[in-house]
Design a protein. Structure first.
Length: 318
C-alpha cells in the first residue's frame, strides 16, 4: 500500500502540471462548442499543451500501476494533491498565490493525512462479470448525464464547472476499469486484455475525459474546472471502490473522523478552485479570475477581441 501511495502522489504532481500547461494551451486557440473534436486538433499545435500531454502520459502510467497495487478508495483521493501542485506553476506563469489559496492547500493536505492515517488495510475483489459493474455504471451514467446536460444548457463558469464534473466522473470510471487490467493480464495474458471490454472502455473514457477537460479549460479560469474534476474524481472513485470492488472503510468513531478528513480535503480543493488569480502588480499581464455572478468570462473575452480589432483598424493607413 505504501508504494501505491507514493506512486499516486507522483501521478498527482504530473496531473497538476499537465492541467496548468493544458489550460494555458487551450486558451491560445479559438473557442469551440463542447465535445467538438476539432478542439483537440487545435491544441495539438500548441507547444506547451504538448508538454502537458507528456506530463499527463507519465501521470497516467504511474496511476495505472498505483490502482493495481492499492485500493481505489485510497488512490483516487490522493490525486487532489494535483491542485496544490498547480499553485506554484501558475505563479510561474505570472499569477500570484493568495493567502486563501495557501490556507486551502493546507486544508487539502491535512484532510488527506487524516483520511490515510485512519484508513484500514483494504482488500479489493475484482468484479466477475459486467453485472458486477452494473450499479457503478448506472451511478456514473446518472452523474455524467446530469452534469453534461447542465454544461450544454449554460455558459461561462457554470459550463466550465459542469464540464469539469463530467470529466472527473469519466476519469474515475476509467481508473476503476484500469484497476482490473492486472487481474486480466495475470489470468489470460495480453490476448485476454486486448479482447476485454474493460480495456477499450477505459481507453474510450480516457479520450472523452481529455476532450471534456479541454472544453472546460476554454470556458474560464483554471480553478473552477480543475477543482470540479479534483472533487468529483475522488468522490466517484471512493463510491466505485465500495460498490464495485467491495472495499471496506473504518467503522464507528473512526469512520466519522475519516469522513471529516475527506470533507476537509474536498473543502480545501473547492476553496482553491474558487480563489482569484491575479498577476503581480506592474507585470502588465491580464487578470484571470473565477467569474462572479455578475460576470461572464466568455463575454469578457469577446469584448477584448473586439477592442483589439477596433484598435488595429484605427492603426491601418487609409
Amino acid at each position: 500500500m505504501t508504494l501505491a501511495i507514493v506512486l499516486s502522489l507522483m501521478a498527482a504532481v504530473c496531473f497538476g502540471t499537465a492541467s496548468v500547461l493544458q489550460h494555458h494551451g487551450a486558451n491560445q486557440v479559438r473557442r469551440r462548442f463542447p465535445l467538438n473534436p476539432g478542439l483537440l486538433l487545435d491544441v495539438a499545435r500548441q507547444r506547451w499543451w504538448l508538454v502537458g500531454v507528456v506530463a499527463e502520459v507519465v501521470g497516467v502510467s504511474l496511476h495505472m500501476v498505483a490502482v493495481n497495487l492499492g485500493a481505489l478508495s485510497v488512490v483516487q483521493p490522493l490525486l487532489t494533491v494535483g491542485l496544490v501542485v498547480a499553485l506554484p506553476l501558475q505563479a510561474l506563469l505570472g499569477l500570484t498565490v493568495s493567502r486563501r489559496a495557501v490556507l486551502a492547500a493546507g486544508l487539502t493536505v491535512l484532510g488527506l493525512a487524516i483520511f490515510l492515517v485512519i484508513q484500514p488495510d483494504v482488500e479489493s475483489r475484482d468484479p466477475q462479470s459486467v453485472l458486477g459493474w452494473l450499479p457503478g455504471l448506472v451511478l456514473v451514467a446518472i452523474m455524467a448525464g446530469l452534469a453534461l446536460s447542465v454544461a450544454l444548457s449554460r455558459r461561462g463558469r457554470i459550463r466550465a464547472v459542469a464540464l469539469g464534473v463530467t470529466a472527473g466522473t469519466v476519469f474515475a470510471l476509467s481508473a476503476a476499469l484500469v484497476k482490473t487490467w492486472g487481474a486480466i493480464l495475470g489470468a489470460g495474458g495480453l490476448p485476454a486484455l486486448a479482447t476485454s471490454w474493460e480495456l477499450w472502455t477505459a481507453l474510450g473514457c480516457g479520450l472523452v475525459g481529455v476532450l471534456l477537460s479541454q472544453a472546460a479549460f476554454q470556458c474560464g479560469a483554471l480553478g473552477g474546472p480543475l477543482g470540479a474534476m479534483m472533487v468529483t474524481d475522488p468522490v466517484i472513485g471512493v463510491s466505485l471502490g465500495g460498490i464495485v470492488f467491495g472495499e471496506s472503510f473504518a467503522t464507528g468513531l473512526l469512520a466519522a473522523a475519516q469522513i471529516a478528513g475527506l470533507v476537509l480535503t474536498l473543502a480545501g480543493v473547492w476553496l482553491l478552485a474558487g480563489g482569484e488569480q491575479r498577476p503581480p502588480a506592474g507585470s502588465g499581464a491580464p487578470v484571470a479570475r473565477a467569474e462572479s455572478s455578475g460576470g461572464n468570462q466568455l463575454s469578457a473575452w469577446c469584448s477584448r477581441r473586439l477592442v483589439r480589432r477596433r484598435d488595429l483598424a484605427r492603426e491601418l493607413p487609409e
